[in-house]
Write a protein that binds this ligand. Structure first.
Ligand code: NAG
Ligand code: NAG
Length: 270
């Protein structure tokens, strides 16, 4: 009896396969200048009956492109750790992307060779709420992009970062794999990560500590291989290993922080 119970879900999976030939359609609402993450879950594409778990051995890969084009729109990237893992579409839409974009996703079952299609209708609009003029980008060396895209690690990063800002809400603006900025793929034997850039924005000003770590003095120390001027407790450690030599701040106003004002080449307007 126990055996029957064990095998039934597997059988259902084999029969269901990636059966749906009609493309499913989902509407999503990315916001201009805010990070957008859409998870391509195996569940969604397997069209399993309810309460049937995805067998751990299922291999699925995805291909996504803008309708009528071979590639994704420039702002949107695709990543997947392995065919066992979910895929992610992520990025930060620019003002030119406002409006409708239709993304076609094809899932390939690597075991059964079945394919399933899904259409994602992206209605890209402007965010509501206050402007976020204070923006900072961090290089997190301990993680790959896929590891910070799910909502739990992302909000964990934001709440840990809260200690380095004047109180106020922080929002995720952009996530970029260090590989997309010229980083190198680490050798697997090194057990190291590719690294990920995380851009955060707030309506509240930076803490003095954050201004100091991004100051020309701090960058000069880094350039000489010395530790940066981190005057506060690293609230992100040990979970997130931030490279404090690679913090970039941007804000819309002329800098009035005197010696803490970044050198002009570090100043980037949002
Ligand atoms: C997000 O990051 C990517 C990669 O660094 C960059 O090309 C893009 O302009 C950024 N988008 C926004 C809205 O900042
Ligand atoms: C990926 C990386 O390490 N980027 C930069 C981090 O900051 C140092 C010092 O400013 C630069 O030398 C790196 O290129």
């Amino acid at each position: 009896m126990a055996e029957t119970l064990f095998w039934t879900p597997l059988l259902v999976v084999l029969l269901a396969g990636l059966g749906d030939t009609e493309a499913q359609q989902t509407t999503l609402h990315p916001l201009v200048g805010r990070v957008f993450v859409h998870t391509l879950d195996h569940e969604t594409f397997l069209s399993l009956p309810e309460h049937v778990a995805v067998p751990p051995a299922v291999h699925i890969t995805y291909h996504a492109h803008l309708q009528g084009h071979p590639d994704l729109p420039r702002w949107l990237r695709y990543t997947q750790r392995s065919p066992h893992h979910p895929g992610f579409l992520y990025g930060s839409a620019t003002p030119e992307d406002r409006g409708l974009q239709v993304i076609e996703v094809t899932a390939y079952n690597r075991d059964s060779f079945d394919t399933t299609r899904q259409r994602l209708v992206l209605e890209i609009g402007d965010p509501e709420g206050p402007l976020l003029p204070y923006q900072a980008e961090f290089l997190v060396r301990s993680h790959d992009a896929e590891e910070v895209l799910p909502s739990t690690p992302a909000s964990r990063f934001l709440s840990a970062l809260g200690g380095l800002w004047e109180p106020g809400e922080l929002q995720l603006l952009n996530v970029t794999s260090a590989l997309d900025r010229g980083g190198r793929v680490p050798l697997p034997i090194e057990g190291r990560k590719e690294g990920v850039y995380i851009k955060v924005g707030s309506a509240s000003p930076f803490s003095t500590c954050l201004k100091m770590v991004a100051s020309p003095d701090s960058h000069a120390r880094c350039a000489q291989g010395q530790p940066p001027l981190l005057s506060c407790y690293d609230t992100l450690a040990p979970h997130f290993r931030v490279d404090w030599c690679n913090v970039t701040l941007s804000w819309p106003l002329p800098c009035s922080w005197g010696p803490l004002c970044p050198a002009s080449h570090f100043l980037r307007q949002p």
